[in-house]
Design a protein around this ligand. Structure first.
Ligand code: MLT
Ligand code: ZN
Length: 466
């Protein structure tokens, strides 16, 4: 059967685009967390929607699971394929097909890397606003599959808010194509919203039409320090008003996160600001008039300094300084290295509930592991926090204790266990901590209706029923 399937897959995509068994490259078996690995039977690289259709028809007939593979920058195993299944990589379908400057849209294939799509938009005087640290590896299909957020959500929304049209292939090979450019389209149920954020469990995204925005011509970036969480949120709410809607990023870092990241980066660059503050924030605004935007930005920060909400501020005076400020927040690999193995979390709650969540999470974790190290940071404007927990070793029991400590605290503030990274397999056991029985039952009904033989990324989002 396996040989026959190999032959049929090769007939669809060409022999050099099929890998089998032990020859399958590592990148088709893992995600960035490197915690989860699998042994798929095949990795295939289709070059067109029609080839995806043919693969799905084959897989459907044979009852073989299929997982869409993108840049593998996920953290919760959403795109780690099923053992014995097919890893279907979209990497060859990587073209920007059209940029329509009148409609302000980009039509793009799912395997296009986010940063390339951003740069293609920029070359045409347009902004693709979705932005995140993994921009250099994440693919369009993946950021749609997870409904990715990142660092500009407070201004332009998540991926869901930018997808105008979608093309996807269903489990049985049916193509759903609605590559439309309209903002307003309410002709019945919007299936695209079911697929966005479904982590490849309802269909394989092959193309999308993405809404573009006018390209800002001015950009102001600062690192600021705040004495308390309340002050930091006071700054956020103040800047939303004084920057007249231009505030684009507000990335909050607890003091110990700032210390850990800058410590590890000292060989590359000095600390942009001394240690010792309770909170640090990367603030960025974008607009259309460099002179007046810069003046407005400086004035706004000065007022906040006078109010005592900001106790230190560094405004980038060059692109190099801007990059150095952003690196503190985004260049996390060196800072996290000494903390490996660690568990990472992606939770959300009302912005005002974040201190209560952090206090409860810290107390829960320390009750279980008095020696645990914890770092908190996140997209404060979205109520989205990330946490890194480590105790120097890892085991299923430690993982479970960490999960319980964090998700208990999330539940206490009525938050969500998954903000922008997805559920995958690592969080599926906790879905009921954020969703009711009725909601999960509806999800299962939808999944069963669209993928009755459960071949699309099985076991992700919805844990197998006992
Ligand atoms: C981020 O905000 O840096 C990303 O979501 C990645 C992460 O925190 O793991
Ligand atoms: Zn994030």
């Amino acid at each position: 059967m396996s040989d026959e399937l190999a032959r049929q897959l090769a007939a669809i995509v060409g022999e050099r685009h099929v890998q089998a068994g032990g020859d399958i490259a590592e990148r088709y078996r893992i995600d960035i967390s490197r915690k989860y690995s699998s042994t798929p039977a095949f990795a295939v690289r289709p070059g067109s929607t029609q080839e995806v259709v043919a693969i799905m028809k084959l897989a459907h007939a044979a009852g073989v699971p299929v997982t869409a593979i993108g840049g593998q920058s996920g953290t919760c195993a959403s795109a780690v394929p099923a053992n014995g299944g097919i890893a279907l990589s979209l990497e060859r379908m990587n073209q920007v097909l059209e940029i329509d400057r009148l409609s302000m849209t980009m039509t793009v294939e799912a395997g296009c890397i986010l940063q390339i799509a951003q740069e293609m938009a920029e070359a045409q005087g347009a902004l693709l606003p979705l932005d995140l640290g993994a921009r250099g590896s994440a693919m369009i299909g993946g950021v749609i599959g997870t409904n990715a957020g990142g660092n500009r959500v407070l201004r332009w929304g998540m991926m869901r808010d930018m997808v105008l049209g979608l093309e996807a292939v269903l489990a049985d090979g049916t193509v759903l194509s609605s590559l439309t450019k309209m903002l307003k389209d309410n002709a019945g149920y919007h299936w695209k919203h079911l697929l966005i954020g479904s982590e490849g469990t309802l269909g394989i995204v092959t193309k999308a039409v993405i809404r573009l925005r006018p390209l800002p011509t001015s950009r102001q970036t600062a690192l600021i320090a705040c004495p308390s969480f309340e002050d930091a949120i006071g700054v956020l709410r103040g800047l939303e008003v004084t920057l007249s809607g231009r505030l684009s990023s507000f990335e909050l870092m607890w003091g110990d996160f700032y210390e850990a990241m800058t410590e590890a980066q000292l060989e590359q660059r000095p600390r942009p600001m001394p240690l010792g503050h309770a909170f640090y924030v990367v603030v960025e605004a974008m607009g259309g008039d460099e002179e007046s935007d810069s003046a407005q930005f400086e004035r706004s920060l000065m007022t906040l300094v006078e109010d005592g909400k900001v106790v230190d501020a560094v405004i980038a005076q060059s692109d190099a300084q801007r990059e150095a400020i952003w690196a503190v927040r985004e260049d996390m690999t060196p800072g996290l290295a000494p903390r490996r193995p660690f568990s990472s979390y992606d939770v959300s709650m009302g912005v005002g509930d974040m201190p209560a969540f952090v206090a409860a999470a810290r107390a829960n974790v320390l009750a279980a592991f008095p020696e645990a190290a914890m770092l908190f940071y996140g997209h404060a404007g979205d109520g989205n926090l990330h946490a890194i927990l480590s105790v120097g070793e890892t085991s299923k029991d430690i993982q479970r204790s960490f999960d319980t400590a964090i998700y208990d605290a999330v539940r206490q503030v009525g938050g969500s266990i998954a903000a922008e990274h997805g559920i995958g397999t690592t969080r599926s056991a906790y879905l009921s901590w954020a969703r009711s029985e009725a909601e999960i039952s509806l999800m299962r009904t939808i999944k069963a209706a669209i993928d009755p033989t459960n071949i699309l990324n099985p076991g992700k989002v919805l844990a197998p029923l006992a």
